[in-house]
Design a protein around this ligand. Structure first.
Ligand code: ADP
Ligand code: MG
Length: 615
């Protein structure tokens, strides 16, 4: 490597970013220390990880620590760590020209949210540069842990370029010397620095020395006894972990000794989508094995549908030689996953029973993921089913399956549900008529995932779930409603049969059959599925997925007591009769949400209006 000083240009977006950081940002400046300390902590973590399998490194016995000192006269703050260090090329890569695609996304976020939001800079992978909010010059002297490397110093004043030159440093790690700007000398103060560490870096796992004293709490919060941790401490830790401004909706802290020893601290955020502030879309808790961070986002600790959960899991039982690759196949990991998953579901059930309002908040954000859990996580689905909130044909607001069962009428043995595009059209679906007539409640489903969900949930608490639109339902007898207007007599058999034939002739092979309905009360007609496997719900799914499908033919059911059907049976104008039949069939398709082209109804309606207004 060269022995002279080399000069490099920053990447264009970084130049732009630096320009803003150096010249125009005066709020949140203290977070520079959090970013520098967080990098130091990452570097130590990576070193610990390397040491698990490789002792052939510089200073293998060094105690992991971060040291902060300042010099009032020289106007410098120095942050040192004995982490993994950087060699010449890593400095270029990590601090200058190559990496940092995050710079432009951060600039966009600033534009959108205003300059008050520098606080989020760490999420964009450009946290290091925040130091230029307080510095007019920074030098980074680093020596890699690899035995064959030497030390270098990286220096920049935050303008367009930086230099790299060989340095004298015999120990492993990185020293960052921050030359503090004129207007930032408030940071050259012991008390101030300690406060910033307490506020932003209290839970960093390694000791942070300021002078002789350790300034951070350091004992990992998740290793403490749950009842001794205050809500504020949880909140603070959560915010440091996720950059979420809001407090977590649910905190689940568990310390367990058997069958697996572990500490876990899991959080459910208050929002699924935190928009622009949520750069890091990856879910999954951090995994520590014996205090060493093994994975930043473990995918193996919780089922995929719980990807909205953040936190930390730390186990003494995981073997130290576990690597990122072998984590998955480890038997202990599977036990851990089972236990954690069970615990989260227990907490969700507790919340659902003890604090239904808060649970509803959670349901509104994460309900869809819980449904996904029912579909994808066979071992949990039975415990999740009780959490699901449904709309109902007879109740305002949300209901649960348990509520539903409590309201089942005498003689009713199944749970009924109906799919539709939206609640309004579901509420006036002709399929509800036989249920209304009998006082039976129907659950109303209007999300795409719902049809997958009920597929995975053939029964609940011993009661089968049944689609209310199925052709063959066996319902208890309808009660006679004393106040109902007297019904029209049904059409006599031969009149009805010839009408059914006429309708069949008009519709041809658009329908599988035309038959009399035994259950309709107020609608003239409805469509029912002839094929159980492919109902209107699946058709809706295909449509939502934008996939080609061949709609299977339906059975058109006719209500022989309806005045429209009566009139139709005696209509002599053949052309008009055919148009009425087409309109009847078209509106039945609209009711089902399966009309391929609703606009086709317009010319038909106009023809009928013309006939109706003729004199
Ligand atoms: P991020 O930490 O999100 O990667 P930063 O801008 O904070 O982004 O840091 C950029 C990179 O610089 C780090 O990923 C790391 O590779 C390197 N780096 C920064 N500080 C140190 C340090 N103290 N020791 C080793 N590497 C460091
Ligand atoms: Mg960083």
């Amino acid at each position: 490597m060269s022995t002279a000083t080399q000069t490099f240009e920053f990447r264009a977006e970084v130049q732009q970013l630096l320009n803003i950081l150096v010249h125009s940002l005066y709020t949140d400046r203290e977070i520079f220390l959090r970013e520098i300390v967080s990098n130091a902590s990452d570097a130590i973590n990576r070193m610990q990880f390397e040491l698990l399998t490789n002792k052939d490194v510089l200073d293998p016995e060094a105690e992991p620590a971060i040291h902060i000192s300042f010099d009032k006269d020289a106007k410098t703050i120095t942050v040192s760590d004995n982490g993994i260090g950087m060699n010449h090329d890593e400095m270029i890569e990590n601090l200058g020209t190559i990496a940092h695609s995050g710079a432009s996304s951060f600039l966009n976020a600033l534009k959108e949210k205003g300059s008050g939001s520098t606080d989020i800079i760490g999420q964009f992978g450009v946290g290091f540069y925040s130091v230029f909010m307080v510095a007019d010059k920074v030098s980074v002297t680093s020596r890699s842990y690899r035995l064959d490397e030497t030390a270098y110093t990286w220096t920049s004043d935050g303008s367009n370029a930086y230099t790299i030159e060989p340095a004298e440093k015999t120990t492993r790690g990185t020293d960052i010397v921050i030359h503090v700007k004129e207007d930032a000398d408030e940071f050259l103060n012991d008390y101030r620095l300690k406060n910033i560490i307490k506020k932003h870096s209290n839970y960093v796992a390694f000791p942070i020395y300021i002078g002789e004293t350790v300034a951070n709490a350091q004992t990992a919060i998740w290793r403490r006894t749950p009842r001794e941790v205050t809500e504020d401490e949880y909140k603070e830790f959560y915010q440091q972990l996720t950059y979420d401004f809001e407090k977590p909706l649910v905190t689940i802290h568990q310390v367990s000794d058997a069958p697996v020893q572990f500490y876990s601290l899991l959080f459910i955020p208050s929002k699924l989508d935190r928009g622009i502030f949520q750069q890091d879309h990856q879910g999954g808790p951090q995994l520590y094995a014996r205090k060493v961070l093994i994975q930043q986002h473990s995918k193996d600790l919780l089922p995929d549908w719980m990807r909205f959960i953040h936190g930390v899991v730390d186990s003494e039982d995981l073997p130290l030689n576990i690597s990122r690759e072998t984590v998955q196949s480890n038997r202990l990991m599977q036990r851990l996953k089972q236990t954690l998953t069970g615990k989260v579901i227990t907490e969700l059930n507790n919340l659902s029973e003890k604090d239904p309002d808060k649970f509803l908040t959670l349901w509104n954000e994460f309900g869809r993921l819980i449904k996904e859990g029912i579909v994808t996580d066979a071992s949990s689905k039975d415990r999740l089913a009780g959490l699901v909130r449904f709309h109902s044909s007879t109740q305002e607001g949300w209901v649960t399956l348990k509520d539903y069962i409590g309201r089942m009428i005498e003689g009713q043995s199944e749970i009924y549900y109906l799919f539709g595009d939206d609640l309004k059209s579901l509420q006036r679906s002709p399929h509800l008529e036989p249920f209304k007539a009998r006082g039976i409640e129907v659950l109303l489903l209007n999300e795409t995932i719902d049809s997958f969900m009920v597929n995975s949930l053939p029964e609940y608490d011993g009661k089968k779930l049944h689609n209310a639109a199925d052709a063959d339902l066996s319902l208890p007898d309808a009660k006679k409603d004393e106040n109902a207007p007297p019904e029209e007599d049904p059409l006599v058999e031969n009149v009805l049969n010839s009408l059914l034939n006429r309708i069949e002739t008009v519709l041809g092979d658009k329908v599988a059959a035309v038959r009399e309905s035994k259950v309709l009360t107020t609608s003239p007609a409805r469509l029912v599925s002839s094929d159980k496997g492919f109902g209107a719900d699946m058709e809706r799914v295909y449509k939502a997925l934008g996939q080609e499908y061949e709609a299977p033919k339906r059975i058109l059911e006719i209500n022989p007591r309806h005045p429209l059907i009566h009139n139709l049976s005696s209509l002599t104008d053949e052309t008009l009769a055919s148009e009425v039949v087409e309109a009847l069939y078209g509106s039945a398709m609209l009711d089902e949400g399966i009309h391929p082209n609703p606009a086709d109804m317009v010319p038909l309606m106009q023809k009928l209006m013309l006939a109706a207004t003729k004199h």
